[in-house]
Design a protein around this ligand. Structure first.
Ligand SMILES: Nc1ncnc2c1ncn2[C@@H]1O[C@H](COP(=O)(O)OP(=O)(O)OP(=O)(O)O)[C@@H](O)[C@H]1O
Ligand SMILES: [Mg+2]
Length: 259
């Protein structure tokens, strides 16, 4: 794996200063009967086109809730979310979400699951083959989800989200079920996908190194109710070298901020 520190690209060439995603004073309260649970409180964040923003925070601080609201699957209780300057009204093809658990259709093969994400209803065979190759599942195209390992299912779910060619890719711990070696390989793939497709990515991870390797900015949420505690821009050239002293400085800073 190529992992040099110097002469790397500055990141995604298409990073612009135009906001693609704006969260303005967003709060989310779950209500069930008389029970109330405030998951997110007054969260504001602006993400520019081409950024790779990673969300870090303790379990239960509202990270999944945040991604689901951006995807349009949940509505904020207060505040507003805008994509491309327009308030969102439910899910759309401009946003692709990879769920925390892969959520593949059990009755469909890997190839069929991925092709369900293709805009032309699965007739684009070449794109399907590209996606299978991208996530290393060429040999499992005809397998059913129950025949896959957890990591393979996660990779199939990533391919399905990419099939719709979204502008914004939302990733909820997409590499969480992978072994260490596959995880490192997928981090490199993810970086390539992001750079080559001029994507804007909002990802959730619990892995500090992964956040530093991939992100243009890291957002740290407070414990529940989640709100933005700190935003740390990662000013290292890509590809990033985990053994560089500068990398360690970010490691220390993030560990301190998460405590
Ligand atoms: N559909 C729901 N109905 C009621 N409460 C919910 C719902 N979804 C999430 N919550 C609550 O909202 C809070 C935030 O949950 P969320 O899943 O967003 O956390 P998270 O940061 O993604 O945690 P983890 O790191 O464990 O995945 C939790 O207290 C959870 O119990
Ligand atoms: Mg979660």
């Amino acid at each position: 794996m190529k992992d040099t520190y110097s002469d790397g690209k500055a990141g995604n060439d298409s990073i612009s200063t135009a906001p693609v995603l704006e969260l303005m004073n967003v709060s989310k309260e779950y209500r069930k009967g008389t029970r109330r649970l405030l998951a997110l409180k007054d969260l504001s964040l602006t993400v520019n086109g081409g950024e790779f923003v990673t969300i870090l925070g303790q379990s239960g601080c509202g990270k999944t809730t945040l991604l689901h609201m951006i995807a349009g699957l949940e509505e904020p209780t207060a505040g507003e979310i805008r994509v491309g300057g327009k308030p969102i009204r439910g899910p759309g093809r401009d946003r692709g979400l990879v769920f925390q658990e892969p959520r593949l259709f059990p009755w469909a093969t890997v190839a069929h699951n991925i092709s369900l994400g293709l805009p032309d209803r699965g007739r684009d065979q070449r794109k399907l083959e590209e996606l299978l190759e991208l996530v290393g599942l060429e040999d499992f195209a005809q397998a059913y989800p129950k025949e896959l390992s957890g990591g393979m299912a996660q990779r199939a779910a990533l391919a399905r989200a990419l099939a719709g060619s979204p502008r914004i890719l939302l990733l909820d711990e997409p590499l969480g079920a992978l072994d260490a070696v596959t995880r490192l390989r997928m981090q490199v793939q993810l970086m390539r996908i992001w750079q080559e497709n001029s994507l804007t990515v909002v990802a959730v991870t619990h892995d500090i190194d992964e956040a530093i390797v991939l992100s243009t900015r890291i957002v740290i949420l407070s414990p529940r109710p989640g709100t933005v505690k700190r935003v740390i821009p990662v000013e290292l050239p890509y590809p990033r070298n985990r053994t560089a002293p500068e990398f360690n400085i970010y490691r220390q800073e993030l560990l301190g901020a998460l405590e």
